[in-house]
Design a protein around this ligand. Structure first.
Ligand SMILES: O=C(O)C(=O)C[C@]1(C(=O)O)C=C[C@@H](O)C=C1
Length: 270
């Protein structure tokens, strides 16, 4: 199976790919845009894409990419993220003047770097690529933030362990596909809807979901690019069986202005 990921071997996306697929053939992409394009032009059969993190929040542009490329969510995975600060062997934290990593990883470690105001934080494509470049170019004075897998894969030394803000740091990844796969016994769906600009319109939709015993595990407003400062809502809904969701589709179908089902799939918990 060709699986598009953001990043290279040793990235967190790679970790998720190895958990979800047997011997995945990786299509390594340096941006989320490339990842979703690879799935939509069939260079990859499926893609794994981070959509949010428990410390740094939603990766908002990725909602837009799902929409633009008309991709379906066919699964999800929560990965516990522990960031290591790594550099060439023999280096100490006092030698480090720059730290390179993915912007989401940098956001998850801000408190740690307050102790080192002289260190410049530099955004790169992914955590593993940052580590691999330090190793390949034998770069002294530069460290990367990434997983312990990346440190051992690229032969770097860990200077400081678990530097993320809190121990319980997790990233949610969605599994995306060009075609809508039928999932056995799904219990979660992601919908994208717009509500009319009338007092209480969103409240009515949420109340109806509550009445149907559907749990809204997340609701995210997303900009409608063509209409400045107008928003749609992406909601993750949890239910017990598909029939319950189908009923909700009918009931809230008459309350929303427009609605698109982004995916119906099996939930994952840490
Ligand atoms: O750079 C990586 O290793 C990634 O897989 C990207 C990514 C992200 O997009 O959030 C994945 C998980 C962590 O939250 C940090 C970075």
């Amino acid at each position: 199976m060709k699986v598009a990921i953001q990043g290279i071997k040793g990235s967190y996306h790679h970790q998720v790919a190895t958990v979800l697929f047997k011997n995945p053939e990786l299509i390594e992409c340096s941006t989320f845009d490339q990842l979703t394009t690879a799935v939509s032009n069939n260079s990859a059969g499926t893609g794994i894409m981070a959509i949010g993190n428990s410390i740094a929040g939603s990766i908002l542009p990725n909602y837009g990419l799902l929409n633009k490329n008309r991709l379906h969510i066919v699964g999800e995975y929560y990965l516990n993220i522990e960031h290591q600060l790594m550099a060439l062997k023999g280096q100490t934290i006092e030698d480090i003047i720059e730290v390179h990593s993915h912007p989401m990883a940098l956001l998850q470690c801000q408190t740690f770097f307050r102790k080192y105001p002289k260190i410049k934080l530099v955004e790169t494509d992914d955590t593993a690529a940052a580590a691999s470049r330090i190793a390949a170019n034998k770069k002294k004075g530069i460290a990367a933030i990434g997983s312990s897998t990346a440190a051992s894969l690229y032969g770097l030394q860990v200077l400081s362990k678990n530097i993320q803000e809190t121990k319980n740091n997790a990233t949610r990844f969605v599994v995306v596909s060009k075609t809508n796969k039928k999932i056995n016994q799904p219990n979660k769906a992601t919908i994208n809807f717009t509500a009319s600009h009338e007092p209480g319109s969103l409240a009515k939709i949420l109340t109806k979901l509550g009445e149907l015993h559907i749990n809204v595990s997340k609701i995210q407003s997303v900009p409608i690019i063509e209409k400045p400062f107008l928003f749609s809502f992406v909601a993750d809904l949890e239910f017990e069986n598909l029939q319950q969701f189908k009923e909700a589709q009918l009931e809230i179908g008459i309350l929303v202005e427009s609605m698109k089902i982004l995916g119906v799939y099996k939930s994952h918990t840490l």
